[in-house]
Design a protein around this ligand. Structure first.
Ligand SMILES: Nc1ncnc2c1ncn2[C@@H]1O[C@H](COP(=O)(O)OP(=O)(O)OP(=O)(O)O)[C@@H](O)[C@H]1O
Ligand SMILES: [Mg+2]
Length: 159
């Protein structure tokens, strides 16, 4: 699978890359956002949400596993950081968010690895610390989507 790697700094650039990429997303797409604490997963989701027409403030859900925002289509933001596994949980817990009408972002997706159908996953983004406010962002995903995302990011940063 094709992979895309980018260096971003500062946080605003992570948001901008997410915004550019979100322009290629379609209903039903699920994006997994991985990376250590503080690497910018929520920052990424915030940028993507803006491009998807969400006007609400995006922050991590705290009393539920997710939130649904209203954008040009429904946008689900799930954060599984407090969960080791979804085994034993109601299957609807995740399914309620990952509807075919929504674009869905999952922070800390490991707990859902057994439940997620691989064909639903449009992109897997991994963020890592590079020191200070630099982050490495790598993305792998559906080849058609990757090609369009690459094109968009190239036109965003000429040279
Ligand atoms: N290049 C960068 N990209 C993203 N965030 C950055 C960058 N540089 C600095 N930051 C800062 O790092 C922090 C990232 O916080 P954020 O909540 O997005 O991380 P997170 O990965 O969602 O954390 P958590 O694991 O707690 O959910 C923010 O304060 C952001 O401003
Ligand atoms: Mg977060």
């Amino acid at each position: 699978m094709e992979e895309l790697e980018l260096d971003t700094r500062p946080a605003l650039e992570t948001e901008q890359v997410a915004e550019a990429l979100a322009g290629e997303l379609r209903a039903g797409d699920v994006l997994l956002i991985e990376g250590e604490v503080g690497t910018g997963k929520t920052t990424f989701v915030r940028g993507a949400c803006r491009a998807l027409g969400v006007r609400e403030t995006v922050w991590s859900p705290s009393f539920t596993i997710g939130r649904v925002y209203e954008g040009r289509l429904p946008v689900s933001h799930v954060d599984l950081c407090r969960l080791e596994t979804l085994e034993g949980e109601d299957p609807a817990l995740l399914a309620d968010y990952l509807t075919p009408e929504s674009v869905s972002f999952i922070e800390w997706p490991d707990a859902a690895s057994a439940e997620l159908e691989p064909e639903r996953v449009a992109l897997r983004i991994r963020l890592s610390h590079l020191g200070g406010d630099r982050r490495l962002m790598s993305a792998v995903g559906r080849p058609d989507l990757m090609a369009r995302v690459k094109e968009r990011l190239e036109t965003r940063r000429p040279g």
